[in-house]
Design a protein around this ligand. Structure first.
Ligand code: PLP
Length: 448
């Protein structure tokens, strides 16, 4: 029989926890001791009982402006009353154009065109499809191979899991896309442990792309996709020089370079996009999450002018790209995106993330020496703490630590295996940074 939450008498506590199959969650462990959230404001969540939970995860790396911010909430309300939905296949509405222009302005160089979708997964699959079609329309249809990386996360579509590098996200789902190669992961504890920011060691790992070109020939390779900072596998910043080297090798061989900035976009690393932090211009940038500060689902791909222009050929009445989603550029998402970008600009939140980074990194490194802590990494307003797994039960120590954190310490921590990830909203105060570290330390001790 399903476990019932203790406060079942309350109207906002569901008494049936069985019907909802939670994504990426141990459902049985969760339903034994649910971690329920009923409300949110600024830096905090609140349980149905009204207990305050400090949000050290910006939801799921997305609520960069903090929660339920008035200007964003009101923009969504106004838009719902004004225009609930209009198609973007053959028609369109003003907010979609406005938001695309704003995003293109934020993106570096000639990343001037924006294709909208509804999630990071769709953004990745869209970028991969645009890359394949781009070569095709230029008469280079033999370029069909895609290159991802070990430990990468590009969402859960078949394209994304094919170029992704998380074993459990791949092994249950058949043969995936054929013609995919993987660069080696950039993390190496022996060379990089307890590094603040980008590690010195590892830039040379980009050269593995030359090996893949040597094996298959450049004429068969369409695109390389990487996260400038791999978030979902434990905050792995690009080593110094790595992205520059990838760019140079891609240029040499006519291969498109895609940065998956679903996490790193919109301020997480102290810039609108991480491409700016690293001074490297990719051919496409995928985004999602922070574009609406997590309020309404939205994703997209920012595309360089030359890529877009390659499609704008042939008869003018003919569709140039056979791809899109019913909800591409949904009016509510566009309104939320415009309001979120206003908050980011008016409150200088990207600059704030950059200014806080040294303080943040110093704070997270104070956790070094706690029981089972194997490594700590940080970059931008993001950090991760690797805990030693309990022998024979990988993931259990992490699950216990985040459970203790939620139920006893009043803090939400993100978990990846036995790695705790800290990614607070960019409005986090210095006092809250200290509070995050104190509560995380208590959770790590409790899980020892
Ligand atoms: N790409 C990256 C780099 C991500 O971190 C994520 C989600 O965490 C995704 C893609 C998938 O996004 P979504 O869950 O919105 O599909």
């Amino acid at each position: 029989t399903p476990a019932k939450p203790t406060a079942a008498a309350r109207a906002d506590v569901p008494n049936d926890l069985e019907a909802f199959w939670l994504p990426f969650t141990p459902n049985r462990a969760f339903k034994k001791r649910p971690r329920l959230i009923a409300r949110a404001k600024d830096m905090h969540y609140y349980t149905p009982e009204g207990r305050e939970i400090l949000d050290a995860t910006a939801g799921l790396w997305c609520c960069n402006a903090g929660h339920s911010r008035k200007p964003i909430v009101e923009a969504i309300q106004r838009q719902a009353a004004e225009l609930d939905f209009s198609p973007t296949f053959g028609f369109a509405h003003p907010p979609a154009f406005q938001l695309a222009s704003r995003i293109a302005d934020l993106a570096p160089a000639d990343l001037d065109h924006v294709f909208f979708c509804n999630s990071g997964s769709e953004a990745c699959d869209s970028a991969l499809k645009i890359a394949l079609a781009y070569h095709n329309v230029r008469g280079q249809g033999s370029r069909t191979r895609l290159v991802g990386r070990e430990r990468a996360y590009h969402g859960v579509g078949f394209g994304g899991i094919s170029v992704g590098g998380i074993v459990n996200n791949r092994k249950f789902f058949g043969s995936l896309l054929s013609g995919v190669d993987h660069l080696p992961a950039t993390y190496n504890r022996e060379h990089q442990a307890f590094t603040k920011g980008e590690p010195e060691w590892g830039g040379h790992l980009a050269d593995a792309l030359e090996g893949i070109v040597g094996l298959h020939d450049a004429s068969t390779i369409a695109a390389v996709i990487v996260e400038p900072m791999a978030g979902s596998t434990g905050v792995l910043p690009a080593p110094k020089g790595y992205l520059e080297r990838l760019r140079a090798i891609c240029d040499k061989h006519g291969i498109l370079l895609i940065f998956d900035e679903v996490i790193t976009g919109f301020g997480r690393l102290g810039h609108a996009f991480a491409a700016e932090r690293y001074g490297v211009v990719p051919d496409m940038i995928t985004f999602a999450k922070g574009v609406t500060s997590g309020t309404v689902p939205m994703g997209g791909v920012v595309v360089r002018k030359g890529v877009y222009d390659a499609f704008m050929k042939g008869p003018e009445h003919a569709i140039e790209l056979f791809h899109g989603y019913t909800y591409s550029g949904h009016p509510l998402a566009c309104a939320a995106g415009l309001a979120a970008l206003d908050v980011y600009r008016d409150e200088k939140l990207f600059e704030r993330a950059k200014a806080l980074e040294p303080r943040w990194c110093d704070a997270i490194m104070t956790l070094k020496g706690l029981p089972n802590v194997l490594d700590i990494r940080c970059v931008g307003l993001t950090g991760a703490i690797d805990l030693a797994p309990i022998a024979g039960s990988p993931g259990l120590r992490g699950w216990n630590a985040t459970g203790h954190a939620f139920h006893e310490e009043g803090i939400m921590l993100r978990l990846a295996g036995d790695t705790i990830e800290l990614t607070p909203p960019l409005v986090v105060s210095e006092a809250q940074i200290d509070e995050i570290m104190e509560k995380t330390a208590a959770a790590i001790r409790a899980a020892a």
